[in-house]
Design a protein around this ligand. Structure first.
Ligand code: DSN
Length: 415
């Protein structure tokens, strides 16, 4: 947090980092994919391992001088396996999208058919979006959600029987219901597909038993480490032992060069934290807080896709009010709440405008927010939505003061 050393070299960057710390401390973070790492995780991410090249696997590197990196990477692998009860873990992917890319490289060939959830229905870019490598090089068949915001498993099955994909991807970036991994496995088995579960968003909930685990079912499980898992920005691939060698090769040399060993050290620290009892309580509170926020918003008369949430996120559906996600996310920023515009299922607006705002509880739960605080957050959001057309400046000031009061109740990164 202290930028004194940076300041001696680069005042401009130090000033901006100080401003960013202040922004995080004084605003309510509801972006569902963000979180606040511990200082221990940050210190590892900013450690001397940023200086080290370590291509290859622990104890089988292409460079010398890796004995400490080897032990740290091994610790991260062991902790990932323990946390998720996985047979094999590769902790080198630089991100979730790169983890998915490596699975593609191992499991399918260009032109093969792959099924994934449509981006505008809650999927991820790397699950087959036409603007992503996955959509550019593979024949993508997308599934979506029904009018209740839920995956229609019978429709997934019909599509899989018709198109016979080689790989089925389940997991999402904006889906508030429980994912039935067992059902996906049955469909994959029936149609001869391999199954990839991307748990980037729900990783902590899976680890803590707050969401069913994909591990008995999926051939591959990918995750990011910086969302609910509360680690550094990065990815992990876990898989059955029979795929281990192929997946490792697909990461390096297939899709990446030198691993970021400083980030792997930070992943190791975050995974140790995630194995603690405190983290289990955290994951439980994330879900309780999301449910409390969804209820508060609905009590205020706002629509939520799927009428609530079973996990850490929800999407405000603004169609009835004739408002856009873009405008509402902007006014929320004015009152000290950060969130992102997001499409709702069958959105009439473009992805740049949208009719929805995605809201999540992981970051505020790390700060210490409880259900009663989420009720107040819901009220602030509802009032901001109400005045979004007039932008009444007195009211905006009052709402900003209320959000600041909540932030001050739960200080962040204060020594
Ligand atoms: N950009 C991430 C999210 O916000 O969910 C997905 O990678």
């Amino acid at each position: 947090m202290n930028t004194d050393i940076i300041r001696q070299t680069d005042k401009e960057v130090a000033d901006l980092l100080d401003l960013e710390l202040k922004r995080q401390q004084t605003t309510i973070e509801l972006i569902a994919s963000e979180n606040f790492t511990s200082k221990a995780v940050m210190q590892a991410a900013g450690s001397v391992l940023t200086n080290k090249y370590a291509e290859g696997k622990p104890y089988k590197r292409f460079y010398n001088g890796c004995k400490n990196a080897d032990k740290i990477e091994e610790l991260a692998q062991q902790r990932a396996k323990k946390l998720f009860n996985a047979e094999h873990a590769n902790v080198q992917p630089h991100s979730g999208a790169q983890a998915n890319m490596a699975v593609f490289l191992y499991a399918v060939k260009p032109g093969d058919t792959v099924m994934g959830m449509d981006l505008s229905n809650g999927g991820h870019l790397s699950h087959g979006s036409p603007v992503n490598f996955s959509g550019l090089y593979f024949n993508i068949v997308s599934y979506g959600v029904d009018s209740n915001g839920e995956i229609d498993y019978e429709n997934v099955r019909e599509l899989a029987l018709k198109h016979r994909p080689k790989l089925i991807i389940c997991g999402a970036s904006n889906y508030s219901k429980i994912i039935d991994f067992k059902k996906f496995k049955e469909i994959a088995d029936e149609t001869g597909a391999l199954l990839l579960a991307d748990i980037a968003h729900i990783a902590a909930l899976v680890a803590a038993g707050e969401h069913p685990s994909p591990f008995p079912y999926a051939d591959f499980v990918t995750t990011t480490t910086h969302k609910t898992l509360r680690g550094p920005r990065g990815g992990i691939i876990m898989c059955k032992e029979k795929h281990a060698q192929g997946i490792d090769k697909a990461v390096f040399p297939g899709t990446q060069g030198g691993p970021l060993e400083h980030i792997i050290a930070a992943k190791a620290v975050a995974l140790k934290e995630a194995l603690s009892d405190e983290f289990k309580l955290y994951a439980k509170q994330v879900v309780l807080n999301a449910k409390a926020l969804a209820k508060s918003l609905m009590d205020e008369g706002l629509d939520i896709v799927g009428n609530g949430t079973d996990n850490h996120l929800m999407t405000l559906d603004l169609r009835k009010l004739n408002k856009t996600g873009k405008d509402i996310a902007n006014i929320l920023e004015v009152v000290g709440i950060t969130a992102n515009k997001n499409t709702v299922p069958n959105d009439p607006q473009s992805p740049f405008v949208t009719s929805g705002v995605r809201l999540g509880s992981p970051a505020v739960t790390t700060r210490g927010f409880k259900e009663e605080d989420m009720v107040e957050v819901g009220k602030i959001i509802a009032e901001a939505v109400k005045i979004s057309d007039t932008q009444d400046s007195e009211k905006l000031k009052e709402l900003r003061a209320r959000s600041l009061k909540l932030c001050e109740k739960y200080p962040l990164y204060k020594d």
